[in-house]
Structure formats: C-alpha cells, structure tokens
Write a new protein. Structure first.
Lengths: 244, 259
C-alpha cells in the first residue's frame, strides 16, 4: 500500500502526466516499477522519501519538458547527452530517450545513493545500455581526471563524444564556467542547456541568478540559441539558456 | 627547512592547540582550556593558541591578513568558516621560520569544551590517519540526507588529532580551491564531511573518534539511545558545547558554570 504521507499527491499527478508525455510509449512495465519504487521508498530509503517526492513534482516535470520541447523546437537532435547533477533523473532521461531520440544518457551526480534509486526508475534504459550514472563532483573533478579517465575514456570511445551537457540545477553550485574550464579538452564542442532560478528561499540554493542573461554570463556563453523564463506550477521562476 | 627552527626546541612530541580569532571568545576561554589540559593530560605537552593577536608566550601568530583573507565575506562567513585550516600547514606564518618538529602529534581543541579524562588517550591513538569527531548524536538518516551543505553534518571539527604533515593535503586543497569551497560549503565541517569523508562507506582521509569518546552538551551523545541533552557524561573524554544554532553570548554562561 502506498503511503500518501510519504508520496504526496503532487508526485502522483506528476507521474501520471509524465507517462502521458512519453511519445508513443505504453510502458506498463516501467509504470509498475515506478509504483513499486514509491512503495519501497519509505521502507528501504526513508531518508530519501522527501527528496524523491521533491524530484517528482509537476514543477519538476514542467522544467524537464521545457528542456526537451525546446531542443525539439530548435531541431537539435543530440545522440549522447550528459546530465550534470541529474539527481534521480526519473523524468529527464526517459524524455530524452523516448521523445528526443537520444541514443545514450549520462548522469554525472555526486550523491552516492542516487545511483541505485535512479536505476530503479530507469531500469529499462539501464538494461538497454542507454543510461549510466557516474558518481562524481563536477565542480572539482573533470570528466577525464585521473580517477575516472580510463573508465570514461573507454565509455566515450564506445558511446561517442558528449553532444550536449544539461544542467537544470545551476542554482546549487558554483557558476558553470568552472565546469567548462575543467573540461576544456573535451573532444568536441558541446552545447549546454542550463537552468537556474532567482528563488533564494532554500538553503541549498547557493547560486541564484536574476535573469537568463546572468545565467549565460556565468557560463561564459558566446553563442546563445535560446534564452527564456518560465513560471512553474510551484510558483518558482526558472530561467533557461541554451548555448556554448 | 634547514634554516628553520622548531617552535619548540626540546623533543616534546605532544602539542595541544586551540584557536582564538576575533572576539567571539575572550581570553578566559583560552586560559580555562589550558588549565583543563594541564589537569587532564598525564604526558608532557606544549600548549599553543593560534591567534591574530599574539600577546602571550604560548600564542602563535596567524596570518593577518592571510592568503585566504581576500576572500573574506562577512555575510556568508566564507573565510571565517575556514580559519582552522591555517593550522594544517606545516608552517604557521608567512615567512615564519617556526614549525612543529617532525612526528609531532597535534591535538586541536575548540575553546568551548569540557575535558573529563586524560588526553593521553588521544596521543596514544594509531597515527595512520588524522582523527576527527564523528557526530554520533546525529540521526544517520538526517546526516546522510544533509551530507553536503547543511548544518548538521557527519563530521565535527571541534576536536582534531593529526601528526605533522597529515593535514597538508587538506590545506593544499583549501588554498587551491578556496573561492569555490567557501562558496559551496558553509563550514569546515561541511567541507570535511563532503570532500574528505565518505558518508556512504564511512571511510576517508580521516579516522573518526569512536562512540563514547566525545559527546555534545546541546545535541546528545549517541543517536537514538543516549540523546539526553545538557547532561555531563564524565566517563567520556570530552564534552562539546558547539551549537549550530548558537547565538553568540547566549550560552557563554552555561559552559562557565561547568568549568
């Protein structure tokens, strides 16, 4: 029995909307797995119940659909996408793979517990070898650093270079110019999709910005393909920029 | 190093250090800590206080301004949260020629602690890694959830034990990434908990003092079995008075009553 206290109504509505958003997929296996994950969370991962509920809201879905729909409208068709600080990536990974035709999705995330939970939601893609969570702190360790070089180099050879980096959590970290500096020797010239907010009411929002322009400046963009603002279901104003 | 001279000229191996920076604590805290150490340490030791205003023979001058001071931001406490990192250098002063002798063991204590038992215990611990406080009073679930940026962290830097040189990687990392670290982690405890200790594997650069050694006056001892607040546990080594909700001055009298 799903505990309504642990999984709020917002998560149920968001989940229903999410499955309805997936292009041409009636994925009952995934739906059942999502349901079971929500049942298991209070027992197996009680400390993650709240954060998982926070990651599974209508507002979260809106922000991820904004990414995918905007890329689609810009006729950008990446093959390999790297999500930075992707958390559980329960919405974004399926949307990228199913709706945008992406071949492979990386999730570079620093929270060690995320991996197991994210694979529960994305089991289908994990089993299909289309999704991989890699635990790293993107603001301190470059993607080709000593500890990860062999693994990631092999993977990059196998998957191809990163076409797009997506970071929908820029408010949680140092400006993205740092990541770009750390990874200036990447083998191609990837596009960046960045989101942030001006909502500074949360303790972990350590890097809020006041506009999409400021977000672009923080990433040292010289070419901007998209710049926009959106008010989410939660009332939070979010900014998104796409560029390089 | 040949032109340098040891901080101490004898072969004394054990050093107890504290830090007094700014006006949060007055001199009575340093004096009382020194008194407590003298009463509760059965091996010879040197007592030192790192301070930006050296006046006494046991004071060691801290940089003022130091190499991290240009990043000082009062509103965020960026610099102040990391001032303890200065202790981890091999040398204590810019251009100074003083240093702790090789193989010195250094025990750092916050000024707001009550010592119950012989500090020799700490010096006798294996020195394969530095040692630091594990906040056993924290609910592990909460700590795990909050491991990165919040106030309740798995690591507490109120008591640290290291052998000279062991903490240099920490100092180098702070110095090289100061701006980003100050921005990202609100306290040294958050920084330690995320960069130097793996909350998931319970391992890292640091060893953690075991349960029963150190407890918190305001937060308890071991979650969930021994969480009574404001209770002296004299069978433990040290009682901490630090409090993340501490308002300067509010609790000062409370510890003084227990001195």
């Amino acid at each position: 029995m799903v505990n309504m206290v642990d999984v709020p109504a917002d998560s149920f509505v968001a989940t229903a909307l999410f499955f309805n958003s997936l292009s041409g997929v009636n994925d009952f296996d995934s739906a059942k797995r999502w349901k079971q994950t929500f049942v298991d969370i209070p027992k197996e991962y009680p400390h993650y119940a709240r954060s998982l509920a926070s990651a599974t809201t209508v507002a979260q879905l809106e922000s991820k659909l904004w990414v995918v729909n905007t890329l689609e409208n810009l006729n950008i068709k990446p093959k390999v996408v790297a999500i930075l600080a992707g958390w559980y990536s329960n919405f974004l990974t399926p949307l990228l793979l199913e709706n945008l035709g992406v071949d492979f999705v990386w999730n570079f995330e620093m929270d060690g517990d995320v991996k197991e939970l994210s694979y529960k939601f994305n089991k289908k893609y994990k089993d299909q070898n289309k999704y991989h969570v890699y635990i790293t702190d993107i603001m301190f360790d470059d993607l080709m650093d000593k500890s990860s070089k062999n693994h990631l180099s092999r993977c990059e050879e196998k998957r191809g270079p990163y076409d797009i980096f997506i970071n929908t959590s820029c408010e949680h970290m140092w400006p993205m110019s740092r990541f770009r500096d750390l990874n200036c020797d990447l083998t191609n010239d990837p596009l960046y999709v960045l989101q942030s907010t001006d909502d500074d009411r949360y303790e972990d929002h350590i890097n809020c910005v006041s506009s999409p322009e400021e977000l672009s400046e923080q990433a040292n963009f010289t070419k901007i393909l998209y710049s926009g603002t959106k008010e989410l279901d939660s009332g939070m104003k979010r900014f998104m920029v796409i560029g390089k | 190093m040949s032109n340098l001279t040891p901080i101490v000229n004898d072969l004394t191996e054990y050093n107890i250090v504290c830090m007094k920076w700014g006006d949060k604590y007055d001199d009575s805290y340093v004096e009382k800590l020194k008194e407590q150490c003298e009463a509760h340490c059965s091996v010879p030791f040197n007592f030192w206080c790192f301070t930006e205003k050296p006046e006494k023979d046991y004071h060691i001058r801290l940089w003022n301004p130091g190499p991290l001071c240009h990043l000082y931001d009062h509103d965020h406490g960026y610099f102040w949260a990391y001032r303890k990192a200065y202790m981890f250098r091999s040398h204590q002063l810019e251009g100074d020629t003083s240093y702790f002798p090789t193989n010195s063991k250094i025990l750092f204590l916050d000024l707001d602690v009550i010592i119950h038992q012989d500090l020799k215990y700490f010096f006798d611990l294996p020195n394969d890694k530095p040692w630091i406080v594990r906040g056993w009073w924290n609910d592990p679930i909460t700590v795990k959830k909050n491991y990165a940026r919040y106030k309740s962290t798995v690591i507490n830097s109120s008591v640290i034990l290291w052998t000279k040189g062991q903490m240099i990687p920490v100092w180098d990392h702070v110095r090289e990434n100061a701006e980003i670290l100050f921005f990202t982690y609100p306290s040294l405890d958050n920084y330690f908990a995320h960069q130097w200790y793996d909350t998931y594997k319970e391992e890292g650069l640091l060893n953690i003092f075991p349960k029963g050694d150190i407890y918190s006056w305001y937060k308890g001892n071991v979650f969930p079995d021994d969480m009574e607040l404001k209770k002296l546990r004299t069978d433990h080594k040290i009682c901490l008075f630090n409090n993340s909700t501490h308002v300067e001055g509010v609790y000062d009298d409370e510890i003084k009553k227990l001195w």
